[in-house]
Structures are given as structure tokens and as C-alpha cells.
Design a protein around this ligand. Sequence first.
Ligand code: ZN
Length: 255
Amino acid sequence: MVSCKICGGNSDLAFQANILNAHNVSYFVCSNCGFIQTEEPYWLEDAYKKSISLTDTGIIQRNLFSVKITTAFIKLFFNSKSSYVDMAGGYGLFVRMMRDKGFSFLWNDLYTENIFAQGFEFDKNQDIHTELITAFEAFEHFVNPTQELETMLEVSKNIFFSTLLTPQAIPDKNWWYYAFQTGQHISFYSKKSLLELAKKYNLQLYSNNKDFHLLTEKRLSAILVKCLFFYFKIKQYIFYRTKSFSKDSNLLINS
Ligand SMILES: [Zn+2]
């Protein structure tokens, strides 16, 4: 038994899995909030030899979609003229696209080289008000989620992020998001674990109950947020129905 990294509750062994075809790893689930965490991840150096996984064929589509949904949230609920930071910004594609749309986005990433947004690196020592942080597909990589969140909250109390919620108490081992073959996903959130985080830091949580979430100090119109998420649910459905050629197998796969 270990202690839940989100709420401090008791986490029991859920299952073991082989990751990176090399390590037998234990996964624990919290009996209070449902957060799933691996044992202390000693394999990350191996896992991050390439920080953006070669198996990630959805990278462009996801960025395009994130640009659309973030733009809508900013225009409706935040100050478009303010500054923004994309944490775990990868190659900088998202920042580049948001800047091209006229939003003052800065890039930040500890592991990946900034290719598309060079010259727009975030510097925490600069005294600039940051209206909102974005962090797409980052939370599931966090070794210490609360510590990472606290670091972000020092920059802004509004965080728009994506991570796929656990679809049931303990998803079976076929759940693709475990990503055993890359070894990079080590933290898996239920809706309740996000609510625990919101409560702990005195924030509001707005979520589409699937993959996009907003932790914010603002109280927003719940109906408006719901409508927005619903609109993008339809859009996402259309987006993700397109098919991509897999790099390795030349087979059509659902991305
Ligand atoms: Zn917990």
C-alpha cells in the first residue's frame, strides 16, 4: 500500500504491467479519489530518450484541436490581450499557432527542444502577468502532480489542460492511455482526483468529463462552459474520425 499523491488516501496495488518491454511495474489505485499512480518511476531516463514519443502520431491533430478550444475559452472567459504560457509546450507548435492567431503565448518545456516558437521562451523571473497557463498532455507525465501544480499556480491561478480521465474505476490493461510501451504515463486521474486538487487549492473545476479541464480562480457560467464543451465534443468527434497512416505498418489506424 502507498499514499495517494493527490489526496493522501490509501492506494492499493491494482495490477502489474511490463513497460518499455523491460520493467515490471506496479500500479496503485486510491481508494478515496481513484487516482492511479505507478510505483516510483525509476525508468524515466529510458522513457525520455526521445521526449516526444515516436508512437505519437496524433501530435498535429491534437495541436490543431487544442488551438480551437483554447481560443474559444480565452475569448469567452479571459482577457485576449493578456499574456499566456504553454507549459510542457513540446516543439512549440501550439505556441506558434496561438501567436499567429494574435495571442501573446510563451513557451516552456524542460525536456523538449523549442523548434517553432524560438525567441518566445517563458522566463519566470520576468514580471509579466500571466492570465492563463495551458498544459496539454502533461499531467499524466507528472511524478509529483501537486508539486507541479503548485509551481504552475505561482505563475497563474488559471490552468487549462488536457489529460484523459480514467473511464472506470480501474481501466483494464488494454486502455491505450497507460502507454506501457513508452513508459511516460505514470499518473492517471479520475474526475474525483481533479476535484480533490480544486478543493485543495481553492479553485473551481470545469471539465468535459473526458479529456479537457479548466482549474480556475474564476467562477464561470456553468451552462456556458457546458455548451462550449458540448460544441467541441461534436467537433472532436469529427476531428478524430479522420484516419492516419501509421508510420511503421502502413496500415490505416484510428488515431
Ligand atoms: Zn487519492
